[in-house]
Design a protein around this ligand. Structure first.
Ligand SMILES: NC(=O)c1ccc[n+]([C@@H]2O[C@H](COP(=O)([O-])OP(=O)(O)OC[C@H]3O[C@@H](n4cnc5c(N)ncnc54)[C@H](OP(=O)(O)O)[C@@H]3O)[C@@H](O)[C@H]2O)c1
Length: 256
């Protein structure tokens, strides 16, 4: 038994997409605290750099790499720069995601549908592909995709978002099986409602907020730190026999 040591990420190299704020930031900082070198990514160069600077100031290793995960050339740059800086790539967290529309399905425009699918689904696939090529050559790797309870249950007025998250669950299963011979473990985390900018509109609407709190068995929203712990587990030796799994972190939502 090696207790807490099996959760160490010492010597590992990670890319966390969408880590300039919210859940991604908590995961990037959690990984760095567990010993990994972390590439911080986002669209905004200033906030991306400031998270990497905070990790380095706390004694960790980090690189800031602003890039759009929905563009293949940007994704290649993200992975290549990480390998150039740290020599390898052990962990990819596909966390970047958007949810800009809350509207009836019949009113969603083609452009709105495409935008959500481009970032939330195509972006995940492009990052898996680029990182997967490096991991296949290395004969090891961990990929963690950020899904949602909306990938399993219906969240009305979020048709494109839920469709993309459901597809992420299937992408996770297919890659887990396809890349198992390469010793690449592929899992997903499916959060319930978490306190970030993404849920700001909902949290500031007292009627929706109260209805939400009453629906969650634990009676509150989750925090980004409560997702980071699960990501450390899935990236670590402690999860060496876990692949193709969707880990719900939802305060008991799906149990009710
Ligand atoms: N919050 C929740 O309740 C909840 C629940 C279930 C699942 N999730 C999932 O968890 C993930 C993180 O959510 P969050 O709540 O932390 O969101 P958030 O606070 O809105 O942060 C989103 C992050 O993604 C980045 N991003 C957006 N589009 C990008 C793109 N095209 N390329 C690269 N980075 C991009 C943003 O960068 P900039 O700052 O530069 O824009 C930011 O760092 C998402 O996949 C979301 O669907 C969240």
């Amino acid at each position: 038994m090696n207790g807490l040591r099996q959760f160490s990420l010492e010597g590992k190299v990670a890319v966390v997409t969408g880590s300039s704020r919210g859940i991604g930031r908590a995961i990037a900082e959690g990984f760095a605290g567990a010993g990994a070198a972390v590439t911080v990514n986002g669209l905004n160069p200033e906030t991306t750099q400031s998270v990497a600077d905070a990790i380095v100031a706390a004694g960790g290793k980090s690189l800031a790499l602003p890039a759009d995960v929905s563009k293949a050339a940007d994704v290649e740059r993200l992975i290549e720069a990480t390998v150039a800086a740290f020599g390898r790539l052990d962990i990819l967290v596909n966390n970047a995601g958007i949810s800009p529309y809350y509207k009836p399905a019949e009113t969603v425009t083609e452009a709105e549908w495409d935008e959500v699918m481009r970032v939330n689904l195509k972006g995940v696939f492009l990052c898996c592909q680029a990182a997967g090529r490096v991991m296949i050559a290395q004969k090891s790797g961990r990929i963690i995709n950020m899904s949602s309870i909306g990938g399993t249950i219906a969240l009305p007025r979020l048709i494109a978002y839920c469709s993309a998250k459901g597809a992420i669950n299937q992408l996770t299963r297919v890659l887990a099986v396809e890349w198992a011979p390469h010793h690449i473990l592929v899992n997903a985390i499916a959060p319930g409602f978490i306190e970030t900018d993404l849920t700001k509109g909902l949290r500031e609407n007292p009627k929706r907020h109260n209805a939400l709190i009453q629906r969650v068995p634990l009676g509150r929203l989750g925090t980004p730190a409560e997702i980071a712990g699960a990501a450390i587990y899935l990236a670590s030796d402690a999860a060496s026999y876990v692949t193709g799994h969707m880990l719900d972190i939802d305060g008991g939502w799906l149990a009710l």
